[in-house]
Each structure stands twice: as C-alpha cells, then as structure tokens.
Design a protein around this ligand. Structure first.
Ligand SMILES: [Zn+2]
Length: 317
C-alpha cells in the first residue's frame, strides 16, 4: 500500500490517494481521499481509542466491584449463619433453664413443698425456634425474618438474665428445705432399739405391780438381760443414770421436739451431753428400777408428751 498526498502542500483542497499494488499481473487499485475526510477519520479514530480505553477501564472497575460485592455477600451469609447459630444457642439455654425449673418443681412436689415462685418461670422458646427455622428456609423474607430473630434472641437473653437469679434463689431455698427435712428425718426415731417381742403396749393397762389401772407411757420389749440397746435416732444424751422407777435409764434429745427413753438398763455405755448417732449402742437390757423381769421399756416423746412408739417403729425388723 502506498499513500501519497496529491498537490504538494500549498492548495486548500488537498487530496490523498491510496494505491494498492498487487504482486503479479493485476492492475493496482487507487482510492482518492480528501484531506477533510482524513482529518475526520483521524478524529474518529482518536475518539474510538479513548472510548475503548475508558470502556476497558470501567469494565475492570465493574469486575473489581463485582468481586467486592461477592465478598460482601459471602460475609453477609456468614453473619446470618452466625446470628442463627446464636439464636439456636440462646434457645437451647432457655430450654435447659426451663428444664432446671421443672426439676426444681418436681422435687418440691416429691417433697410436698409449695411450688417455686411462678415469676421465675421462663417460657419454653418454641416461637424463636420456628423463627430461626423460617429465616433459614425463606431466602426472600430472610432479611425481615433475621431482624425478627435478632429481636427475639435479645428478648430471650433478657428473659434468661432475669430468670437465672430467681432460679438460683429458688434452688437455694429448696436446698435449705431439703436439708431441714433431712435433719427432721434424722431426728425421727425409726429404728427398733432392740429386737424382741412387744409384751406390753402403749396406753391404759393393768399394773404389773398390784393390778391397778395405769397409763403405760411406752412399750415393753422382752429380751434377755445383756441384749444390746441402740439409739433409735441421732441426738444428745440428756439423762444417763438412775432415774427413779425407770432404774438405769438413757434419755436422748433428737431435736425438733423429739426425744426417746430407754429404761431398766443393766449397763449404760453413754454419758450426759454425749452426741450419739442413729443405731449407736447405748447400753444393755436389764431389769433395774420398777421392773419384774429383764425387758426394755422404750418411750417416744413429742414436745415432752409420750406418744405411741408403734407409730414410729418399722413393721419389718
Ligand atoms: Zn414399760
């Protein structure tokens, strides 16, 4: 290709001829172009070039923005998962707290105590569970569901924060009551002090001395002299020695108004003020005091008043 200006520089209307000269026998082709045309073509070329550059540049920018957008989208999805995870965790905490409260109440029922204060009860979090599930299922309503989940989770956390100290108080109260009940039970004489037949019951009877009517304050358990006698419950020894008609006797104070008496003993193996435990040996059966034959006279007293020991003695021994 050969390009040459026609007319050399001085004319107003310069023209260019483009000649294409093929190798071989064919005639060369010639295009005549005006200078104005060449100028416009040049301008068009420059405009095209600038547009192309700016297009490439903006494409590059768009690509970068798209990458950033995808990054944000992934981050957003991650955060959504995180929120749902926290919501589920909160729900689980609430369920566990509700279980603890249910346990507290069932123990109270078992022990025939009044139920725990109703204000402490947390609601079982069925609503927030379904909200979290909805938020996971529906992509369209995800944004609003997620906002609702966050709000509900905040409410649930508030509820947990309020319920924990009350639950703690309730459990501490329960602990005190269980401990009291345990001590009361430990103070209740529930053992046979010695094992033998009851030959004389509690209440009105003919006196073995002279046959007159009298009130028998305990039960007589017939056993040979020297048979061990055990404390029917733990407590403090108040009497350990000769006590009128009781002969050699042991009186034990169990607390809670409960006390027991063991009379006509042959030997005493505890002293006044001594702390004894349930089943601890306190002496040996004898026939001291107002007694006709070896036996244990056993009394149970509630607030100082003798009651029928059979109420406390287990049926099978
Ligand atoms: Zn008696």
């Amino acid at each position: 290709m050969h390009l040459k200006p026609k007319g050399s520089g001085s004319g107003l209307r310069q023209e260019f001829t483009i000649m294409i000269i093929p190798h071989g026998q064919d005639e060369p082709y010639a295009f005549r172009l005006s200078q104005r045309w060449v100028q416009w073509a040049g301008i068009a070329l420059i405009v095209l070039l600038i547009s192309s550059i700016s297009l490439v540049y903006s494409l590059r920018q768009t690509k970068l923005q798209l990458a950033a957008y995808h990054g944000l989208l992934a981050e957003n999805r991650q955060q959504q998962e995180h929120i749902l995870f926290l919501a589920r965790q909160t729900t689980e905490l609430q369920e566990q707290l509700a279980e603890i409260q249910a346990l507290d109440n069932s123990i109270r029922t078992m022990m025939r105590l009044a139920p725990a204060s109703a204000t402490a009860a947390v609601t079982r979090p069925t609503e927030s569970v379904s909200a979290a599930r909805d938020a996971r299922l529906s992509l369209v309503s995800r944004g609003t569901s997620l906002a609702a989940t966050i709000l509900r989770t905040q409410q649930n956390i508030e509820e947990i924060k309020e319920a924990i100290p009350e639950t703690e108080d309730s459990l501490q109260d329960l602990e005190r009551k269980v401990e009291l009940q345990r001590r009361r039970e430990a103070a209740t004489p529930a053992l046979w002090p010695t094992s033998g037949n009851v030959t004389s019951g509690f209440g009105r009877r003919r006196s073995p001395f002279g046959g007159a009517w009298e009130h028998h304050e305990g039960v007589d358990i017939a056993v040979p002299r020297g048979t061990p006698v055990f404390a029917a419950a733990g407590g403090v020894v108040r009497v350990a020695g000769w006590n009128g008609g009781y002969g050699n006797a042991v009186f034990i104070d169990h607390g809670f108004g409960m006390s027991t008496v063991y009379a006509h003993l042959h030997r005493i193996s505890v002293r006044v003020g001594q702390q004894v435990t349930t089943g601890q040996q306190i002496g040996l059966v004898g026939s001291t005091g107002r007694s006709t034959a070896p036996h244990l006279h056993y009394e149970v007293r509630v607030n100082g008043q003798a009651v029928n020991p059979m109420r406390f003695l287990p049926q099978n021994r």
